[in-house]
Design a protein around this ligand. Sequence first.
Ligand SMILES: [Zn+2]
Length: 85
Amino acid sequence: MPIYRYKCKDCGEEFTVMHSMKETPEITCEECGSEAEKIIGNVGIAFKGSGYYVNDSKKSDNKAKTKWFWLDKWLTLLYNLIRIF
Ligand SMILES: [Zn+2]
């Protein structure tokens, strides 16, 4: 199943969602619950490592989050899978 990146229209939070290409689920922001939009062109880079991290480096608190970064991403995936099915 393809992986998509979504970005919150409100707070700018970016996160990863896995769903079928046929599906267009309504994705809401994990942080604030606002509507999120698909980031075109980012499909498939989610697990390529440092480049991905750079994309998220806007936030100043990201260094502190590094330790939990991958765990957080997997939990995000699991969470969205559960929500979709
Ligand atoms: Zn948000």
